[in-house]
Design a protein around this ligand. Structure first.
Ligand SMILES: [Zn+2]
Length: 585
């Protein structure tokens, strides 16, 4: 979608809005020096570590690492998608969205299907209020009226055409019912209701629209649970039951409690655990997890204590590995065998469950317990097996402190020193100047202080064949064509870029410089890049010289590099040298 709204429009939007106003209207800001601060709206804290720079039009939280421009802030805070955010900003600034009708509003697609689902939901709710058997069942399970309302619980009548008749009676079109997976066609080309004699759990998307249903049989029968099939508006692999309701109950979702079924979510909510959610009849997928992690950084998984529960927990771990980062906490609760949250809460009470949550096993502990089967005295064979099993798993974790420590633990267990993946990526949580390569420093400085571009113009460094040079050149061109740019508008141009995250991190690195020092630092970094480039080639040629396999041309280059170092090379010769280096292997 991002590509479809003209980039120029987005850039001018960012130049006209003020991030300070935008954030201040949602999270009151306090001025300190050049910047504004507040307690971070994206994590819990008592002292402010959330900082907004009016110059850069960028925000950054030193506590949780969240950062971005006005668009990113609105997307994260108002929970809007990109197009919705652009529309909101454009509206506020009175700038009409160019060629708006060319951008299909995803939210307005399939209006008929959403409407059908909403009508069906009302029908089921109404049926529940009139059906003694269903009401008794929920009463017996201890479901209060308020919870019924919050989760829009309903009942599908014990009839082949209850829903069909309702739609026909109201003269609603029944064709979309099939598309929604609510009716099916039998051999005789007769339609019949899919959900019959079941408690209905409506599944809502993040906007609160009903996109699917889960149905539980009231007494005996198969299958115990029945879910809506995949439809154009319902995707089981990413929709999370209870997420919408949890977000309604909590402005900031401190944690998500992931359980197995609809009834678990309902019972937990009944006991005040309104952060409970569940996947629908499938094991948790990576897209479920990413969706949940958009709203909270703490996930507690609740499983049965039997083998199936352990297996499910392990599957969750496998899906979680690529998403792990510092600041994310994943925990596991295992209920006593044969119990689910419902039976546990009813027999042991709320406090006991709270206690389980407080003492949940953290991810790393569960991981190593499972991998070593609690056996710390491993034989050589076991150590070798552990190494080969664990390494591929750990390699899935992105570079972060957790990964480093997991690798250290493995090393301690097996005694094998294996070089981890290059950890050159900068941790999102701790942007530090230390340890950033000169090239990244140059890119970071240019992003934060675009006015430095004049120092780079026609600089000989731009021709060097070096990692990151392409990005630096591109950034420079970007600044030259948009003289009014700031960090926010520059970053926006990279939203769909492969290096967006890296650039975002460089945009918030604190270089601890005053304005004057910034210019000097930039100059120094450029020379450092140049020097180390020459130095590498010089070393290579020196080795060839010693081994006696240097060509005449290479020897000439080597001598010129020596001269360059002593500042004895004329400007023209320097250009010639650079040209020769380009062709050198
Ligand atoms: Zn924060």
């Amino acid at each position: 979608m991002t590509g479809k709204i003209p980039k120029e429009f987005i850039q001018s939007l960012l130049l006209r809005c003020d991030i300070v106003d935008i954030i201040d209207s949602r999270v009151p800001l306090k001025r300190t020096g050049h910047n504004y601060v507040a307690c971070c709206p994206f994590h819990q804290e008592k002292t402010p570590s959330f900082s907004v720079s009016p110059n850069k039009q960028f925000y950054h939280c030193f506590g949780c690492g969240e950062h971005g421009n006005a668009i990113s802030f609105i997307m994260n805070y108002d929970r809007l998608n990109f197009v919705e955010t652009i529309k909101l900003l454009a509206d506020q600034l009175g700038m009409p969205l160019p060629l708006e009708n060319k951008y299909p509003d995803l939210t307005k697609q399939h209006p008929d299907l959403y409407e059908v689902m909403a009508k069906a939901c009302l029908f089921y709710q109404n049926e529940l209020s009139q059906n003694t058997k269903a009401k008794d069942y929920l009463l017996h399970r201890g479901v209060a009226e308020k919870i019924k309302q919050t989760y829009l619980l309903g009942y599908a009548p014990d009839s082949w055409d209850g829903l069909l008749k309702f739609f026909k009676h109201k003269a609603f079109d029944i064709a979309p019912l099939e598309k929604c997976g609510l009716i099916k066609n039998n051999k005789n080309q007769h339609f019949y209701d899919v959900f019959r004699d079941r408690i209905i759990f409506p599944i809502r998307d993040k906007k609160g629209r009903v996109v699917g249903f889960g149905g539980r049989i009231i007494h005996e029968g198969e299958p115990k649970y029945l879910n809506s099939p995949e439809t154009v508006i319902f995707h089981k692999s990413s929709e999370v039951y209870g997420l919408y309701e949890a977000l309604q109950a909590h402005r900031h979702l401190d944690d998500a409690l992931i359980v197995e079924g609809y009834m678990d979510v309902i019972t937990l909510a009944q006991y005040g655990f309104t952060q409970a959610m569940a996947c629908m009849g499938t094991a948790i997928t990576q897209s479920h997890l990413s969706r949940i992690l958009t709203y909270t950084q703490t996930i507690t998984f609740c499983f049965d204590g039997d083998n199936a529960g352990k297996k499910a927990a392990w599957r969750a771990i496998e899906n979680l590995l690529p998403l792990l980062k510092d600041g994310l906490t994943a925990k596991f609760i295992f209920l006593p065998e044969g119990q689910d949250p419902d039976t546990f809460l009813k027999t042991q009470g709320k406090e006991s469950f709270k206690n389980l949550m407080d003492n949940a096993t953290v991810f790393s502990q569960f991981f190593w317990d499972e991998m070593t089967k609690n056996n710390k005295a491993l034989t050589i064979e076991e150590k070798a097996k552990l190494q080969t099993t664990v390494m591929p798993l750990l390699n899935q974790i992105q570079p972060c402190h957790v990964k480093t420590m997991m690798l250290q633990t493995l090393e301690k267990l097996t005694g094998i020193k294996e070089r981890s993946q290059p950890s050159s990526e900068i941790s999102k949580q701790a942007p530090q100047r230390k340890g950033i390569s000169p090239m990244r420093t140059a890119i970071g400085l240019l992003l934060q202080y675009p006015e430095l571009a004049y120092l780079l113009q026609d600089h000989s460094i731009l021709q060097l064949k070096l990692a990151g040079m392409e990005l630096l050149n591109e950034l420079l061109k970007n600044i030259q064509t948009n003289p009014n740019c700031n960090t926010a508008t520059l970053m926006e141009a990279y939203r769909d870029h492969a290096h967006f995250e890296l650039l975002n991190q460089l945009a918030v690195v604190d270089f601890f410089t005053s304005d004057i020092e910034t210019h000097q630092l930039f100059k120094d970094v450029l020379s450092k890049i140049e020097d180390s480039y020459y130095h590498t080639i010089e070393e290579k040629l020196f080795l060839k010289l010693r081994q006696g396999n240097i060509s005449i041309k290479e020897k000439e280059i080597f001598l010129n590099l020596q001269k360059l170092k002593q500042h004895l090379l004329l400007e023209d010769d320097k250009h010639a040298l650079l040209h020769e280096l380009e062709n050198l292997n």
